[in-house]
Design a protein around this ligand. Structure first.
Ligand SMILES: [Zn+2]
Length: 141
């Protein structure tokens, strides 16, 4: 998918309706569609530069998006008393990623709020015992 077909790139370019929470040079934050909100003040943070996910994002985009997620989390604590956040991301075709533009959901949490964000199932994908060495060897120094 090119950035010209990307719904989040479209929003960033001013096409379509959204509610902005923050606009910065390298990253922006907005409210998801109402039917997708997991909590009040649930916010989506994206890099302004198109990347599908964590695999292809530039270092500059990652820095900008994580720093904005931190600023949003701090603001949620100061302004609406959320003393915790869950940050959710899905990257890649087998990850249940909804929109193929890197995004982090910043979900404010309050004691006793009733939300359960920890997965209740585990993967059944099999790997042989060599996996740890293979992953370690594939990480650039
Ligand atoms: Zn995009």
């Amino acid at each position: 998918m090119s950035s010209t077909e990307c719904v989040f790139c479209g929003l960033l370019a001013g096409q379509g309706e959204t509610t902005w929470v923050a606009r910065r040079d390298g990253a922006s934050a907005f409210l998801p569609l109402a039917e997708g909100r997991l909590s009040p003040a649930h916010t989506v943070v994206v890099p302004n530069e198109h990347a599908v996910g964590i695999h292809d994002a530039t270092a500059e985009s990652l820095q900008a998006v994580v720093l904005l997620a931190q600023a949003v989390a701090r603001a949620m604590e100061r302004s609406i008393g959320a003393r915790g956040v869950n940050i959710l991301n899905a990257s890649g075709p087998d990850s249940d990623q909804s929109v193929p533009h890197l995004h982090f959901h910043v979900i404010p949490r309050w004691q006793g709020d009733g939300l359960d964000t920890w997965p209740s199932t585990v993967s059944s994908h099999p790997l042989d015992d060599a996996w740890l060495g293979e992953v370690r060897a594939a990480i650039p120094a």
